[in-house]
Unconditional design. Sequence first.
Length: 670
Amino acid sequence: MNVKQAEKRVTELRNLINKHNYQYYVLDDPVVPDAEYDRLMSELVQLEEEYPELIASDSPTQRVGAKPLSEFKEIKHTVPMLSLGNAFNEEEMQAFNKRISEKLGTDEVIYSAETKLDGLAVSIIYKEGKLFVAATRGDGNVGEDITLNVRTIQSVPLVLLGNDMPEYLEVRGEVFMTHKGFEVLNKKQKEKEEKLFANPRNAAAGSLRQLDARLTAERPLSFYAYGVGEYKGKVKLQKHIQTLDLLKKWGLPVAPETSEVNGLNACFDYYKRIGERRNHLAYEIDGVVFKVNDLDQQQELGFVSRAPRWAIAYKFPPVEEITQLLDIEIQVGRTGALTPVARLAPVKVAGVTITNATLHNLDEIKRKDVRIGDWVYIRRAGDVIPEVVRVIKEKRGKVIKFEMPSECPVCGSDVERIDGEAVYRCMGGLSCSAQNIQSIIHFASRKAMNIDGLGEKLIIQLIESNLVNNVADLYQLKHEQLAELDRMGTKSAENILQALNKSRSTTFERFIYALGIREVGEATARSLARHFKALEKLQYAQAEELETISDIGPIVAHNIYSFFQQKHNLEIIQRLLDAKITWDDIDVDDLSNEYAGMSFVLTGSLQSMSREEAKQKLLNLGAKVSGSVSRNTSYLVYGENPGSKFDKASALNIPTITEDAFLEMIGESK
Ligand code: IVH
């Protein structure tokens, strides 16, 4: 290849890569698998290495610069970056809408409705379609030059796409971190024993303002545009939504939840709808924003002090609340782990009354210096268990320091802490009723033996009435014994027996998982089943052989080995086999049967693979993959920014699962 040919190919590759970025970040519809994208990128890197004269600053290979800065330069905003007025309730929204309708003399104002992203405002200037400068908001008039940092954000185009390219375009938008990105980052921080970030906003702020942009490049930052500052171009901007559509055409990502609404009631509907979806969005929001859609009307309305009259942020009630911590109790889990749980004076957090919150373990309690009687901040994020965020030290009165008990509060056995582990454990094993109950619940659970109808309440009753002591006893239950229990009856007893009967034919991996060996989750159980194929082989396996299986390290190998050394466990297994628990021998075809007849729909952008790869995996497992949700859909797998498919699945009561849950389901979780 000569330089001429190389130049041609380099241009071609850059265009292709930019187009794929656009498909991925703006349209949320990647057209090539990640591997193909990576291939194009490495071809470009190679050509640029071979012909350094072809390197250009707007090449997709040139996002990350080499040298750290000694300070950020100042940037003056030619159009000030303003903030927004707030509304906290319907009355304030009503007042806002009234002011506007009166001033404009219209009954029904048309608004652009947007999510209020919780990140940092930035301004990005494109000259002749090329990224020129990016700045923070600063005090609204003067910000800091963070061009090198913003260039590293994958979803920010280095060159604009399409036609009617503006001569000069100042894009305003928010840099933020998705929940997923935040989790991944904190996990890495933890591994490196570096400071953890308190929330996605702090993480985004800390990542963006780095003098060494190579550090920013390692952080999972995202960007959505929500407006325009200074602008010189052929197309006349008349409406806000039209402006956002243009930005999208030029390759800038805009939050997919953005829509046009007419009048106050439609604003309320939007607020409610987004509020309901808030926990399922890929990113954190603290409210919604309404902007008068017509730009002439915006001008007419003008500004008050630092905020425009034509826009408002309608905030959600906070997800963090203050309450008093009344007591710290201990919960004993299936493996004996003691988890401290905060009992709280009831408090409403984002519409849900909270009375308990997890404190994780003793190290956490010490780190946060939480004491009984303290006033604390409680946070509820999405569907996760509420947690104690921090103590309000200034409010501290009479408090009691918490201590881990030296005896199990349930069975009185010794409590020990294994070196290097954060958890304290009850050493009582299955003689501890708490561990016993939890292990039976685990055995019966959906992913284990899947004994329909056998839940916690019934299990406790069975244990208390001495009908069941361990999992093997379940299969000895008689109809009359079950029918006599509280809230049971002939029919329910019949159903339980049927469910037990049905669970007798299972799979090897479910059986292994159901045994509840410490740290053997579904994926490990699956690996064990595939490796050993027969129970006798697994039972007699030495730790060395176990360690040869991928994902099994010395600790898990030891847990498995010692589980099968316990006489008690072997007796229970024998009794289960005597009770005719069976599974078919494993062969590879079998593995695909599990998914035969199931139909999956994929939506949103996945993090660890493209949708195409996910589809291939499902097809290999024997499942069907469909483009649209219907009553026949078995699962909807959703990534970031799921769209209407998610809503449709929810409306049809079809299970929706995250990418992580999906990976776990197919045995590929990390
Ligand atoms: S418009 C004059 N739109 O909220 C209009 N801001 O409180 C100013 N924000 O500094 C901004 N999502 O960082 C706008 N859809 C959205 C937004 C948004 C988040 C942030 C932005 C701004 C702050 C104002």
